[in-house]
Design a protein around this ligand. Sequence first.
Ligand SMILES: NC(=O)c1ccc[n+]([C@@H]2O[C@H](COP(=O)([O-])OP(=O)(O)OC[C@H]3O[C@@H](n4cnc5c(N)ncnc54)[C@H](OP(=O)(O)O)[C@@H]3O)[C@@H](O)[C@H]2O)c1
Length: 374
Amino acid sequence: MDWEAAKMMCSLQFWRMAVYWTLALVYSRLYLLLLPYLSNRFPSLFRPPPPPFSRRRFSPGHQCPVRRPICVVTGATSGLGKAAARALAAEGYHVLLASRSPQALNKAVWEIKKHDPNAYVEAFQLDISSMHSIMKFECNLKQWLQDANLHPSVQLLINNAGILAKSSRVTADGFDEMIETNYLGAFFLTNILLPLLKNSPVPSRIVNVTSFTHRCVSHVDQNKGILARENFHVFSSKNLYAFITVCTLLFSYELHRQLYAMDSASVVSVMAADPGFVETNIMRELPPSLRKLAFMVLGFLHLLQSPEIGVGSIIDAALASPEASGKYFYGAKGRTIKSSPVSYDAKLSKELWLCSYELLQECKSRIVNLSKLD
Ligand SMILES: NC(=O)c1ccc[n+]([C@@H]2O[C@H](COP(=O)([O-])OP(=O)(O)OC[C@H]3O[C@@H](n4cnc5c(N)ncnc54)[C@H](OP(=O)(O)O)[C@@H]3O)[C@@H](O)[C@H]2O)c1
């Protein structure tokens, strides 16, 4: 074992995180396994689990201007994003893989095409931790739709890109890198693509990928200013990854409320999906020996899944009927469960929305002003 791994393993913070995350994962699994039994046995104490949602294949009517639905997957060059892109291409989607590295994008497109030569896949460069890149992506996407003579709309957005950063780093927009990659960037991209999603002549969808780790955040103390905008720049929370996954849920439920409050027959639905613990490159910043140890222990506990299995909840959320909007998909087979109580706090999600929206407007106008100067 290397020195870095040994140092990490000696810290209290590491063990606290490892124990909390494992307990959160075990809790979600037990909830899924025991709820049907408990609700049968003690009907007055436990509500029966909701019926699973079945997957629906896209079938356009004769008059529909969309022949093949367009799907954007962020972070599609590795792990869950790549598995989602492959599965959705097999479902008949025209999948736009959006990621940072052109080499990784070309490789991912080649791999999907090798597996299925008839797959419709395109590569788009996008750094979700940069507002400039998000705005450029929007322009490129609109141009591509026009050049390809396709309907100017998007049917599915999967906000999947994410990192597990070992230390705090600041992006060009001035935010903490993990916050902007995992939450703020998804918020910005969603708002920027919302007109294209709303313009869809068939029901469209946003799927936000989150994690069981959100259960480690039992409350968000607004009095201490946790949601204060300064915290998006340099965040000092010891449990930042888990905190960000709560933000993703608050954002998903708030967007669902806003879309459905405006119009109960809203064309855009919003789902959250939790893949469980999956063997991907998410822990790439941790020492390799520690990664191996985590995979070994969770594999031994039967809590580790391959990306092809873990992606099940994301694909369920992407293909469920629009009535599933506002639900939290977990455990595949179309199943949904309740996320933590704090994630349903409507006041908190409103506050987070307002703060994130202010940051979006500021970032956008800064980029527009800069491009005027060029
Ligand atoms: N693995 C798990 O157990 C697990 C559990 C729950 C939730 N999740 C969530 O699932 C999502 C996917 O993670 P994964 O496990 O599949 O990890 P992964 O294998 O590391 O894939 C992450 C993807 O995100 C991309 N990405 C990172 N930063 C980006 C940026 N700034 N702009 C655009 N793309 C960026 C990566 O591309 P590069 O190659 O360019 O870095 C990569 O394609 C994450 O949001 C993660 O938090 C994972």
